[in-house]
Design a binder for this molecule. Structure first.
Ligand SMILES: [Zn+2]
Length: 268
């Protein structure tokens, strides 16, 4: 499942193909992903010049010179393919540029989405408006304020996109482990001093993953290049029963219907 670093890597890869280029052709091969594609999508994008690409939480934002922003979300299984030699049944949306590059949004499970929003209305677009601050912009004091009085588990609160936007299961597990915080601890009970370890841990796990993703972009120009997925290694995530460097053993619990991996010896 793509998390923030995969989306950031994808945006940087798409930027190399799209930025400054005119969209020569688009093809929507089905009427919907998780929800219906916008009406007139092809008409509004064809001929437009891409003037910038950005990310907000797990949304990729492609700005055009017509004042529109194409917003994509990769859902559970989405990824963009670069210059595919042939397209397949899961390539639902195709973009071709004026210099002959081709991009295909491939999404076998179709939990992703595509929306076209006037760029100046984007901050008020409900899915974006509801989001908390970017994790890479977060400070410990701001997080303390957002967690104040909350009795839910810190793990679940960090996954709440209204508290902090774009964090997913993997990086929350890893950041809590680095900060030595037990995932079931009540969010409001975590001291500022401990949040001052957690917030840099969040920054570090995300930035390390973004750097790992960035290193995979070197060969993205190869035919059938796929953006956004790269090998990663984790300290606790998906390591139930394996040793922690502290001498403890990684344990798995279920919180909010999802697996949490942590070390009971060094996370309190
Ligand atoms: Zn440990």
């Amino acid at each position: 499942m793509p998390e923030l670093p995969e989306v950031e890597t994808t945006v940087r890869g798409l930027e190399r193909v799209l930025a400054g280029h005119r969209i020569a052709r688009v093809e929507a091969r089905r009427p919907d992903l998780r929800r219906a594609l916008p009406e007139g999508l092809g008409q509004r994008l064809t001929g437009a010049i891409v003037i910038g690409l950005r990310r907000r939480a797990k949304y990729g934002l492609i700005d055009t010179d017509r004042g529109d922003t194409l917003v994509f979300h990769l859902g559970m299984s989405g990824h963009w393919r670069i210059d595919p030699s042939e397209t397949g049944k899961h390539d639902h949306f195709i973009v071709e540029t004026d210099d002959g590059r081709r991009l295909a949004l491939n999404d076998p499970r179709r939990f992703g989405s595509l929306d076209l929003v006037p760029t100046e209305e984007l901050p008020d677009w409900p899915p974006i408006k509801a989001l908390g601050p970017e994790p890479l912009d977060l400070s410990a004091r701001e997080l303390k304020r957002r967690l104040a009085g909350r009795k839910a588990a810190i793990k679940l609160l960090l996954l709440d996109q209204r508290i902090v936007a774009g964090l997913g299961n993997i990086y929350v597990c890893e950041a809590l482990h680095r900060a030595g915080i037990h995932p079931a601890r009540a969010g409001g009970s975590v001291s500022l001093q401990r949040l001052e370890r957690l917030v840099p841990a969040i920054h570090d796990v995300l930035e390390e993953a973004i750097a790992a993703g960035g290193s995979t972009l070197r060969n993205f120009a190869s035919p059938d290049g796929e953006l956004g997925y790269f090998p990663k290694s984790f300290a606790v995530y998906d390591r139930e029963g394996k040793p922690c460097p502290c001498g403890g053993t990684v344990r798995r619990i279920v919180q909010g219907g999802r697996s949490t991996f942590y070390c009971p010896k060094c996370q309190r």
